[in-house]
Write a protein that binds this ligand. Structure first.
Ligand code: KMH
Ligand code: ZN
Length: 275
């Protein structure tokens, strides 16, 4: 049996309350959403911090409040974002890693991102990888485009990322690789041996690529960061609703949801003392 690790990407940096009224923004709301997602079958929460006015921030104190709010309610793995929002400096973006969370994202290259450009300079990528290694933080390698697999290989070769690596294929961002089965299969074929992987399909691809990933032995990310709809023309009522559906598909395909501790063992995470 290969349990399914479900990541709930609860908030993101770009989605607004106007677009999705149930978007969790405050630490308390994010903690409550994490609790509901844990009950629905998630093992990891991928989190972004917002200020009270909804704007994005990478301040460590804001992430501290989120980690505390999640830990007060459930034992989910907290994965902080180092992508932050488009336009933030690298120095801003790396701040939450100083809290030594269990996991953090590590974006592997620059890419067009809707009407913006998401910049990840090679030197910054290496500095982020070093900071994570120093803090004992497991990186999730974010792949938006094909060339980023070569960057992953370079980081592994330089010893900046340990094996087995864990990848997230983010597919369907306008300007990056599309949310198609072909794109997923192409990236999967290039995984370094022994790697684990998850897929974050954007919009409607969240359901189709998530289901395909389950069948292929991968893992799945769902949540409002990537998709605000339950189906075409119908907003999801909560992040947990999206987790519930993918957990049900996992069970049908003999991939029951992993608990947080099962996911820790599968990903080789250190079990953190509450930090
Ligand atoms: N907000 C995007 C520009 C991550 O969390 O590491 C980047 C992002 C990736 O969300
Ligand atoms: Zn993110």
């Amino acid at each position: 049996m290969n349990p399914l690790i479900i990541t709930a990407a609860l908030t993101g940096a770009e989605v607004t309350r106007e677009q999705q009224p149930a978007l969790p923004i405050s630490p308390e709301e994010i903690g409550q959403a994490a609790f509901e997602c844990a009950r629905a079958g998630a093992a990891i929460v991928h989190v972004h911090a917002r200020r009270a006015d909804g704007s994005s921030t990478q301040e460590a104190a804001a992430y501290r409040a989120i980690i505390d709010a999640v830990r007060a309610r459930c034992d989910l793995i907290v994965q902080v974002s180092t992508g932050g929002a488009v336009g933030m400096t690298a120095a801003e973006r790396i701040a939450p890693v100083t809290l030594a969370p269990e996991m953090a994202t590590l974006s592997l290259g620059s890419v067009n991102f809707g009407g913006d450009v998401f910049i990840n300079h090679p030197a910054d990528i290496e500095a982020f990888a070093r900071a994570m290694a120093e803090q004992g933080v497991k990186p999730e390698l974010e792949v938006f485009d094909a060339g980023m697999m070569a960057t992953a290989q370079r980081l592994l070769k330089k010893g900046l990322v340990c094996t087995p690596a864990h990848f997230d294929f983010v597919l369907g961002v306008p300007g990056a690789m599309p949310g198609t089965a072909e794109a997923l299969m192409y990236l999967r074929a290039q995984l370094p041996a022994g790697s684990s992987w998850t897929v974050a399909g954007i919009g409607a691809a969240q359901l189709t690529l998530g289901t395909l990933a389950i069948a292929l032995g991968g893992h799945v990310r769902v949540g409002f960061e990537d998709n605000i709809h339950f189906r075409k023309g119908e907003l999801a009522t909560s992040n947990a609703q999206l987790v519930e559906r993918i957990a049900a598909i996992g069970r049908l395909l003999d991939r029951p949801p992993a608990t947080a501790d099962e996911a820790r063992a599968m990903l080789g995470l250190r079990r953190t003392a509450p930090n």
